[in-house]
Design a protein around this ligand. Structure first.
Ligand code: AMP
Ligand code: FE
Ligand code: FE
Ligand code: ZN
Length: 286
């Protein structure tokens, strides 16, 4: 069983369509893939339709999910949510709030970039994002198009889009204890995404992770491209102490990042345990 529980489509900042992601998951030999776009479930229907349309003999299970943007003590962090009821109003309203504020913030980031001499426009960013939940990676792609930086990851520096960088503007993000409760109340299973991804900026303390565990967090995403081995060791120890499960996943973004789908995976027994905790939705297909 090859299980990848974190992947993005062009419903947020990935480059594959939801159906394209399903095809890519089959191509990568995955048995299970989770669709976890930032603050949106807009890709779920297309991905589910693509799973149902797979030829007989091709087996893939789709785990519908999302990745919620959170902030605590000024530190941004991401909470993965699996198998929640997408119609549950309180969690749906919170996703909507974050998505809406992404537009205000996106415009403001573009203005900052222009003031810093980058010849990009909001129209260009909207074209790149399409129907997707708009974020810094789309603006990074605009900076690449304009020849300002060589790659998307080169745009995430203090000069441009990194947290606290010259062109960074905050968006509305949810308090993570509230977010964990919202996910559970919607029947979902909350997992802390890349808790030790120091290259993205400051990371939260073990104390905060303990608070999240007490609030109902299910797992830490440990095997992730942005974690070095000592970080993984530490997170595994912390998870054991706090009674949390540990997952592994690629955080695939299509062509916007170099990581391959299925490059990191989750243990089948952990996957089963996560699914058993969910009451909001069921895995699709398989
Ligand atoms: P946003 O959600 O608009 O605040 O943008 C955050 C997204 O930017 C993350 O989900 C990643 O896809 C991407 N990102 C953050 N830090 C980096 C980095 N250092 N290199 C490449 N992409 C990054
Ligand atoms: Fe992303
Ligand atoms: Fe993330
Ligand atoms: Zn992600």
């Amino acid at each position: 069983m090859r299980i990848d529980l974190h992947a993005h489509s062009n419903a947020s900042d990935g480059t594959d369509s939801p159906a394209g992601l399903v095809a890519a998951a089959v191509g990568a030999g995955l048995d299970v893939v989770a669709l976890t776009d930032h603050d949106t479930v807009a890709g779920h229907t297309e991905a589910a339709d693509a799973v149902h349309a797979l030829p007989p003999g091709t087996r893939l299970t789709l785990v519908p999910g999302a990745e919620l943007s959170c902030v605590v003590d000024g530190i941004s962090m991401h909470l993965l949510a699996y198998l929640f009821d997408p119609a549950e109003p309180a969690f749906a309203a919170e996703r909507e709030l974050v998505r809406t504020d992404r537009f205000r913030r996106g415009r403001a980031v573009v203005e900052r970039c222009r003031a810093l001499g980058a010849d990009i426009s909001w129209e260009q960013v909207r074209r790149i994002a399409g129907a997707g939940s708009v974020g810094r990676p789309h603006i990074a792609s605009a900076l690449v198009e304009a020849g300002v930086v060589a790659s998307v990851s080169d745009a995430f520096t203090a000069d441009w889009l990194a947290n606290g960088g010259r062109a960074d503007v905050r968006k509305h993000e949810t308090d993570p204890v509230t977010a964990v409760r919202l996910v559970r109340e919607a029947g979902g299973v909350p997992v802390f995404a890349h808790p030790g991804a120091v290259k993205r900026g400051r990371t939260v303390s073990d104390r905060v992770i303990a608070d999240l565990a007490a609030a109902g967090l299910a797992a830490l995403e440990v095997d992730h491209i942005d974690h070095d081995e000592p970080t993984r060791e530490h997170l595994r120890g912390l998870a054991a102490e706090l009674g949390l499960l540990t997952t592994g996943s690629s955080d695939y973004h299509g062509a916007r990042k170099t990581v391959r789908l299925g490059e990191f995976t989750t243990d089948p027994a952990v996957y089963e345990a996560l699914v058993d905790q969910a009451t909001g939705a069921k895995p699709i297909g398989g």
